[in-house]
Design a protein around this ligand. Structure first.
Ligand SMILES: [Zn+2]
Length: 262
């Protein structure tokens, strides 16, 4: 039986940054790979006004996610049907359809329904802090974990960069004079180093991961668009995970599916 990898995230593009290379590697290894997205990213950026309006952004980003996943070799893309809640303290939080306003119990049940059908061996979601604290990221992490615990599976991984590695990246960006990183407090983003169990160096899949990122066209803001390949390659070529359910066996330090009995 070929293994099944299911990734569970909040917005289109979350999957590509954190786990896109590993998704492509899993496809290369013959696994079935499915991605589940809680929202259509309705309140994200619109990098170029010719691409979308506030009204069309959700459907545009759905198409972008499908195109990005197709670059990674993933053709089963599922949505939980919630609306992007936006950042904390913004008016979008109050929208009754916002993911933030759904009860955890309902979200857990929707994810569990998918898991019962898909029977994933390996699940990947955000680390509990959502990398940079977006409320939708924290919620999908919490709810996917509870759904995994309810349905079962072989492994659950949390995705997020190691804090020291990410801080070094930011420090080097600043030292190179590339100010303007669009997040405050980026030095503290990510996962404490001791919680990282698995580090994947993306080699053969990097080009596909970059094409997947490029497919999220509305999200390529001017800062990201200006980033030279050497920086982009550095940030995209490492994916870090913490194994939080399942056994650490030889191989799990270097890949999501390593050491799984076929
Ligand atoms: Zn997101």
């Amino acid at each position: 039986m070929r293994p099944t990898l299911v990734t569970v995230f909040a917005h289109p593009d979350d999957e590509t940054f954190g786990v896109g290379g590993s998704m492509a590697a899993a496809v290369d290894a013959g696994a079935r790979v499915v991605t589940i997205c809680a929202t259509r990213g309705e309140v994200g950026e619109i990098a170029d006004p010719s691409l979308a309006t506030a009204e069309t952004l959700g459907s545009v980003r759905e198409a972008e996610l499908r195109a990005a996943c197709a670059e990674l070799g993933v053709h089963d893309v599922r949505f939980l049907g919630y609306r992007d809640s936006g950042m904390e303290g913004t008016p979008e939080n109050a929208d009754p359809r916002a993911f933030a306003n759904a009860s955890d119990a309902e979200v857990i049940e929707r994810i569990a329904l998918q898991f019962r059908e898909l029977r994933p061996d390996v699940v990947v979601t955000f680390e509990p802090g959502g990398v940079y604290g977006h409320p939708d990221h924290k919620k999908i992490s919490r709810c996917a974990t509870a759904a995994f615990d309810a349905v079962g599976g072989k492994r659950l991984f949390y995705s997020g960069p190691s804090r020291s590695w990410f801080a070094a990246f930011i420090a080097d960006l600043k030292a190179a004079g590339l100010e303007g990183f669009p997040f405050e407090g980026a030095e503290s983003f990510g996962v404490p180093d001791e919680d990282i169990t698995t580090t994947v160096e993306i080699g053969a899949q990097l080009a596909r991961k970059k094409r997947a990122l490029a497919a999220h066209r509305t999200q390529i803001n001017p800062w990201l668009a200006s980033l030279k390949d050497e920086w982009l390659d550095r940030i995209l070529s490492r994916e870090s995970f913490g194994l939080v359910r399942g056994e650490r066996v030889p191989g799990t330090e270097r890949g999501l599916l390593e050491g799984l009995a076929g």
